[in-house]
Write a new protein. Structure first.
Length: 401
């Protein structure tokens, strides 16, 4: 709906408003007359008519009106309707326009197509909410000012948009896997949507190693979903999860896809992350995990994708391979990275390593710092419990993650 309306309105803000008005109109008309045979076509036609009405009132494109009017039953004018067979994925490709900056196109797609809230997108990009809101606004204005055509790309145009599309699907999954805010740890709707998009994308571009890597990563990570919280909704760390309850079919498929991605010789960040996830998922126990190999894979990942979050995860792996002192030394290199200033996993990780070393007062200080930053209730409850432990006795040893 949004893509079709934007092609008429040539303005994303106006298109969004018209889509919302179409839903409101449907509430009234469908309650009175019943749901039409093709509700999607009805909504799309209504939104496009509303956009045309606005343009007429503004007298912006009066001379071009005959070119914009389409029969109501025409929902899409894609010259290559089979280029992207899935409606939702088609819209993701449409929004990831190469004329926009990479981060802008990803943020805009997450906001408009995937319905991810601006604060959650900001957390994913390690920026403030006002900064992210400004990026989305600037992206919309650039589309309008540069008259960027808002149309479904043809098959030949898909490769140049692939990296942005992969990033959108990955961040959508990440936002669902551990919700940045709210009561529950997982947003199943976002996880399932991301898995669906990854599968359709793999069907569309089966020979792309990073597409295989992304689908493998999502499958291997989501395989643990049922064991990540207990019956009372409390967070269960990887060390204590019941591995017999993991989805073995998903692990098998994900591991196979990860190996296939590596065999192509074109190993990117998603294939590397999938390999790390496979080592976690296929280890017989937490103690049997091949931490040195995971550290080596993180070294490769940092070279391919120099992200502070990757560096943080590498420090955790180092702490498991070489001890908490080595992990703390690796974390020290991130202390001055302003991008992690509001990222609660940094003080939470420091707190865990200090706790493992028996440095309880320092650990308590870091747990308190993490609690100031965390917005997910399940994670907050876990951190509060750990703070209570180090204040009272400093008992236990396990990693946070």
């Amino acid at each position: 709906m949004l893509a079709a309306t934007a092609r008429v309105a040539r303005d994303l803000d106006l298109a969004e408003e018209c889509v919302q008005e179409a839903y409101l109109a449907a509430l009234d008309a469908w309650a009175r007359d019943g749901v039409p045979t093709k509700p999607g076509a009805w909504l799309t036609a209504t939104a496009k008519r509303k956009a045309l009405d606005v343009l007429r009132r503004q007298q912006v494109l009066r001379a071009k009106m005959p070119l914009l009017v389409e029969p109501e039953e025409v929902v899409t004018d894609s010259p290559d309707p089979d280029a992207v067979p899935d409606d939702r994925l088609r819209l993701v490709f449409t929004c990831c326009h190469p004329a926009l900056a990479p981060e802008a196109r990803v943020a805009l797609t997450l906001r408009l197509v995937c319905g991810v809230a601006t604060p959650d997108i900001a957390r994913a990009f390690l920026v403030t909410e006002p900064t992210m809101a400004a990026r989305v606004t600037r992206a919309k204005k650039k589309i309008a000012a540069a008259r960027i055509p808002y149309r479904v790309p043809e098959a030949s145009e898909l490769p140049e948009r692939l990296d942005a599309v992969l990033t959108v699907v990955h961040l959508l999954f990440t936002t669902g896997h551990t919700a940045p805010s709210g009561a529950g740890l997982v947003r199943v709707d976002l996880v399932e949507r991301a898995l669906h998009l990854a599968r359709v994308l793999h069907g569309l571009m089966p020979d792309e190693p990073e597409v295989r890597g992304l689908l493998a990563l999502l499958l291997l990570t989501d395989a643990r979903r049922a064991t990540r919280v207990d019956a009372d909704g409390r967070l269960v760390l990887l060390e204590h999860q019941d591995r017999s309850a993991w989805d073995q079919a998903a692990i098998g498929e994900g591991a196979r896809l990860a190996v296939e991605a590596f065999r192509t010789g074109r190993v990117g960040r998603y294939a590397l992350q999938a390999a790390i996830a496979a080592l976690h998922a296929t280890a017989g126990s937490y103690a049997a995990t091949d931490w040195p190999q995971i550290v080596r894979l993180y070294d490769q990942l940092l070279a391919a994708w120099p992200s502070p979050v990757v560096a943080l995860n590498r420090a955790i792996a180092v702490s498991m391979a070489d001890g908490p002192e080595a992990g703390l030394a690796a974390l020290d290199a991130l202390a001055d990275d302003g991008r992690l200033a509001g990222y609660h996993y940094l003080p939470a990780t420091r707190a865990d390593l200090l706790r493992r070393l028996g440095r309880r007062e320092e650990a308590a200080r870091e747990y308190r710092a993490a609690l100031v930053l965390v917005d997910n209730d399940t994670e907050r409850e876990f951190l509060e419990g750990r703070l209570g432990e180090v204040v009272d006795s400093g008992a236990g040893r396990s990693s946070y993650g």
